[in-house]
Design a binder for this molecule. Structure first.
Ligand code: SF4
Length: 302
């Protein structure tokens, strides 16, 4: 599942070509931690149930499924007994904890510590906002697991801001406290913050809760992609982060190709390429990028 030819810098060197895996692509520490917890559990138990997809990458999900991981939704917990249930890195709303407590199952909580901290902050801000008739606003994507978990801390009263258009849902005569989903772009957050600042007639506090593990990847990938004759972006068609980051590579280097697995590599695209870059989304496993590097090496040598 991984190549032996890579050196410590994620590099394959050959007199006629080089292949480099981007060292800032792949899982953030929150996801690495959740997968580690899942694997530890599956080393002693035959089965582990995860609420929602552990990561938005079908290759990684099937690797873990083979080990015994099953993806379920929270309502299905009621039909299980004496099982281990994993909460993934995105976190869960309080209702999920209640459902689990009322069942005879055991919780393995892999909520990312960063997300957990933001859940606590938004909850405290919500309690405080009730004293002065304030509002909690959250910049995020509707129905995203992390957003559901965060809004749940406010009894589902936080006002979701997906675009500038949603700002009309706010009452600017009342206090406002703004938070952000951890994976939003800094530019988007700054823009929403500025728009509220302009219109606010009462107190306004903006909490930049964007995770720095992922916030600078767009800029970084742009610079990375420019360095190579060809770039292979390894992602999942269902991952929105994959699509956004791939577009960044494509803009920086026209010779960028989106692939899901090594079998998608078109040998013709490698013909005149002597320097090849491999990168991926925050949901792309390292082993998959390594498999792609190995496949490219084989194609170049054949
Ligand atoms: S908060 Fe950061 S480290 Fe944690 S899961 Fe989200 S992106 Fe990953």
């Amino acid at each position: 599942m991984s190549t032996q030819n890579l050196n410590s810098r994620n590099l394959i060197h050959h007199p006629e070509f080089s292949i480099e895996i981007n060292n800032q692509s792949g899982f953030c520490f929150g996801v690495v931690n959740a997968i580690k917890k899942a694997e530890e559990n599956l080393s002693t138990d035959e089965k582990l149930y995860c609420i929602g997809s552990i990561v938005h990458n079908s290759q990684e999900v099937s690797r873990l499924s083979e080990k015994g991981l099953e993806i379920i939704n929270i309502a299905q917990v009621k039909n299980l007994a004496n099982k281990n249930i994993l909460f993934r890195a995105h976190g869960e709303p309080p209702e999920s904890y209640d459902i689990l407590k009322q069942s005879d199952n055991k919780l393995i909580d892999a909520t990312c510590p960063v997300v957990l901290k933001i859940q606590q902050r938004i909850k405290a801000a919500y309690i405080n906002s009730k004293k002065n008739d304030g509002q909690i606003a959250l910049l995020g994507k509707k129905n995203h697991a992390e957003v559901i978990g965060l809004i749940g801390q406010t009894d589902n009263n936080a006002i979701l801001i997906e675009t500038e258009n949603d700002l009309k849902k706010l009452d600017f005569s009342k206090p406002i406290e703004l938070f952000s989903q951890t994976t939003k772009s800094l530019a988007e957050f700054q823009n929403i913050k500025k728009r509220i600042e302009i219109q606010a007639k009462n107190s306004f506090k903006a909490n930049d809760t964007i995770c720095r593990q992922v916030s600078n990847r767009q800029t970084h990938l742009k610079e990375f992609s420019k360095k190579f004759d060809a770039v292979f972006f390894v992602g999942d068609l269902k991952s929105s982060n994959s699509k956004v980051l791939y577009q960044e590579c494509k803009r920086a280097n026209e010779n960028s190709f989106f692939i899901v697995s090594p079998s998608d590599i078109n040998a013709a695209t490698l013909k005149n390429a002597t320097s090849i870059g491999i990168c991926g989304a925050t949901s792309t496993p390292q082993w998959l990028m390594e498999d792609v590097a190995k496949a490219i090496e084989q194609l170049k040598l054949s």
